[in-house]
Design a protein around this ligand. Structure first.
Ligand code: NAD
Length: 478
């Protein structure tokens, strides 16, 4: 691995309204996935740092939980402005540290900044007191929230948890991925600029087994808001139960994309390729299983090859690039293992395959890969690959397509393409997924987001997301 001389130091935590030197002393390399160069040194926080962040959040909760909705709407507005002001830095960090293509980095970080506005709107419309039966029901903020986020969507995963927490009157300790230290630094500075009361938002970057485990154990943390993999989510949920924490889990996916026979294939197939390869294929919502009518497979393969040949893989500093590198060497190897398993299990390699694209051997670049004639039981049809690898399966009838789509332990998203809205809606109603997108890849920030089955518990976004940070209390009088 090469080392550039100008590696930046990321050696601060943000606790109680101040930037502090962590007590933890372990230092890890921050590696640019495009060239595998060390671009930073990250000092990891430890259990002691975590405890002081939790203590600060607990102190802040006393008064923050009593602020008015209007005060919290003002804080959300300030957070939106502060993050928006740092947009260029945030985008640059996302491209450099994570390898996101420019347009994706811009889109996802702008969405992150706007999440504070969405929750300002939700908060303005929310009734904190209502009537049930003959009683008054009031919604109380839960307390201190531990926020866990992954490396593939840093600012967005943080904002979608911190914004509703603040809207509710909770305080937070954010534990971002240690692989996102550069994006975290920008966010910490922006949050500091926003001028919230000390201790309302705290950041401790450290390892899951250390910082994450301490947050999960702490009796002073009332809720864990987690985005990450299903195995780690289960672990966190299990240990959270010891102190009866509330938790929301946004986990993995293996989302099906059903192309019905009446769809416009010339639009639906290129869109299906994008739906799988977005964010370099490292997206929980990736439509990684494409279900097409058996008698249209040849046409589908032709359209796929044309779409994939149009993709530019490379250094995301180039604005024309639409697929950057895998986020780490480890992730690259993991994706290679899946491509190997697809070949070994007898799937038909339509395009792509093992190894780097020509001329891109230095970074963690994967060849955008599509397999056809994928069997339902193959690993590439069942497991989350988290890379630009698409599995095409065929069905004979609509009923079979629905059954195949639902034959998964996951249920985060589903996609349907059809020219018949009624039919598409009927199919959507039969799919076991938290969201179904019909003829679109668009996002609705006020609609609930989350998984059926092993894709998670709870919902993020809109009023559904806000309620996850509140506890209803019934007040019954004679
Ligand atoms: P991960 O599960 O490895 O890590 C997620 C977070 O948990 C990180 O902050 C990590 O440090 C922490 N963690 C790790 N071990 C821990 C432990 N023992 N105790 C407590 N915390 C621990 O996930 P990742 O590899 O960073 O991200 C990729 C995964 O995230 C994929 O599976 C993807 O599908 C999922 N994801 C889901 C969504 C969603 O909204 N559903 C969004 C983005 C990513």
């Amino acid at each position: 691995m090469d080392t550039v001389t100008a590696a930046r130091m990321f050696d601060q935590a943000y606790v109680d309204g101040r930037f502090v030197t962590p007590h933890g002393s372990q230092v890890i390399d921050l590696v640019n996935p495009t060239r595998n160069e060390v671009i930073g040194k990250v000092t990891l926080a430890d259990e002691i740092d975590t405890r002081s962040a939790v203590a600060a959040a607990k102190r802040a909760f006393k008064s923050f939980s009593r602020t008015t909705p209007q005060e919290r709407m003002d804080f959300l507005q300030r957070l939106h402005q502060a993050v928006s002001r740092r947009m260029d830095d945030l985008v640059q960090a996302t491209v450099l540290e994570y390898g996101a293509p420019q347009a994706r980095a811009k889109g996802s970080n702008e969405l992150a900044a706007n999440i504070f506005l969405h929750f300002k709107q939700v908060l303005g419309e929310f009734a904190f007191a209502t009537i049930a039966g003959r009683s008054k029901v009031v919604y109380e903020p839960l307390g201190v929230v531990g926020v866990f986020t992954p490396w593939n969507s840093s600012a967005g995963s943080i904002a979608i948890k911190v914004a509703p927490a603040i809207a509710a009157g909770c305080t937070v300790v954010v534990k971002p991925s240690e692989m996102s230290a550069m994006q975290t630094q920008v966010l910490m500075e922006a949050f500091h600029e926003a001028g919230l009361p000390a201790g309302v938002v705290n950041f401790v970057t450290g390892l899951g087994e250390i910082v994450g485990a301490e947050l999960t154990r702490s009796p002073d943390v009332a809720k864990i808001a987690f985005t990450g993999s299903t195995p780690i989510g289960k672990l966190v949920a299990k240990s959270s139960l010891d102190t009866m924490k509330r938790f929301t889990l946004e986990l993995g996916g293996k989302s099906a994309n059903i192309i019905l026979d009446d769809a416009d294939f010339s639009k639906a197939i290129p869109m299906a390729v994008n739906a799988c390869f977005l964010n370099n294929g490292q997206a929980c919502i990736a439509a990684s299983r494409l279900l097409v009518p058996e008698n249209r497979l040849d046409e589908v393969k032709r359209l796929i090859v044309a779409a994939v040949e149009n993709i530019k893989v490379g250094d995301p500093a180039d604005p024309a690039v639409t697929i950057g590198p895998a986020a780490s060497r480890k992730q690259y190897e993991r994706v290679q293992d899946y491509i190997r398993s697809g070949i070994d299990e007898g799937a038909e390699l339509v395009i792509g395959g093992l190894g780097h694209p020509g001329g891109l051997e230095r970074g963690n670049f994967v060849r955008p890969t599509v397999f056809a004639r994928v069997g339902q039981d193959m690993k590439i049809a069942r497991e989350e690959i988290f890379g630009p690898v698409l599995s095409v399966l065929t069905y004979r009838t609509e009923a079979e397509a629905i059954e195949m789509a639902n034959d998964s332990e996951y249920g985060l998203m589903a996609y349907v393409s059809s020219s018949d809205p009624e039919r598409a809606n009927r199919v959507a109603r039969s799919l076991e997924a938290g969201r179904v997108l019909i003829n679109t890849l668009s996002h609705d920030p006020l609609a609930p987001f989350g998984g059926f089955k092993q894709s998670g518990i709870g919902r993020e976004g809109g009023v559904f997301g806000l309620r996850e940070f509140l506890e209803p209390k019934a007040i019954i009088t004679d």
